[in-house]
Design a protein around this ligand. Structure first.
Ligand code: FES
Length: 248
């Protein structure tokens, strides 16, 4: 083991078995090129094989290793020990989610919210003139491309104060994903999504704190997406007041 070490204070909890969560401290070898995920893997392999957490790609692609690191939502495969050293590092499960065990959160509610915005291309039918092939210009692609870069890491849900207070709020990633499809020139599902997006559980619940955009590791701008959806919801409302027979 190298001379230098760093203290990891890790959240441990088994709901139904433990009375309450505890923080367990581990002395971990310090390496300049180690990330927090390396330190957790070292603990699991060398000290305590029962420590539970998710990870997969180890390169910021799969979105599964998100945790609170010193109170901030981070991908642990991209959070270097050197950012914190020599201070201790506190590792907790993502905020605003139920805990399944240790650092593992329950994803069911998040997955339901994603599904609720119908995140797929909706067509009224197949265009026989193009035989179902719908070409896009680079400009049309650019309108939605940034919103398709989301890796569903849920850091934005852990950072959002509204998600913590309003359990029904469908949240930043799902709202950004809805806009991604609404802006897609191949999609015709705007009207099917709009009722949910304009509801109390949709964009209007957002108080524009903007932390979702700050913590996104892929430079997606969910806060910007939500503000665009608010404008669209207001436009819809006025249209329906002025042209009630032409409701959309
Ligand atoms: S392990 Fe895949 S994003 Fe970190």
């Amino acid at each position: 083991m190298p001379d230098q070490q760093v203290t990891l204070s890790v959240f441990r909890y088994r709901p139904g078995q433990d009375a309450e969560p505890v923080f367990q401290e581990y002395q971990v070898p310090y390496h300049d090129d180690w990330v927090v995920l390396d330190a957790l893997n070292w603990i699991k392999e060398s000290v305590d094989g029962t420590l539970a957490y998710r990870w997969s790609c180890r390169m910021g692609v799969c979105g599964s290793c998100g945790m609170m690191v010193n109170g901030v939502p981070r991908l642990t495969c991209a959070a270097f020990l050197r950012e914190y050293y020599p201070a201790p590092i506190r590792v907790e499960p993502l905020a605003n989610f139920p805990v399944e065990r240790d650092l593992i959160i329950d994803l069911d509610g998040f997955l339901e919210k994603l599904k609720s915005v119908k995140p797929w291309v909706i067509r009224d039918g197949v265009d026989s003139a193009t035989n179902g092939e719908y070409l896009q210009t680079p400009g049309q692609l650019a309108r939605f491309k940034q919103y398709s870069m989301c890796i569903n890491c849920m850091l934005c849900y852990a950072a959002c104060p509204v998600v913590g207070l309003e359990t029904n709020f469908i949240g930043p990633a799902a709202l950004a994903l809805a806009l991604r499809y609404n802006l897609d020139s191949r999609d015709q599902g705007n009207a099917q999504r709009q009722q949910l997006l304009g509801s109390d559980e949709g964009a209007m619940a957002c108080t524009f704190v903007g932390e979702c955009t700050t913590v996104c590791p892929k430079n997606v701008d969910p806060a910007g997406a939500v503000q665009q959806e608010k404008v669209l919801a207001v436009n819809d409302w006025y249209y329906n007041v002025l042209v009630p027979w032409g409701k959309r």
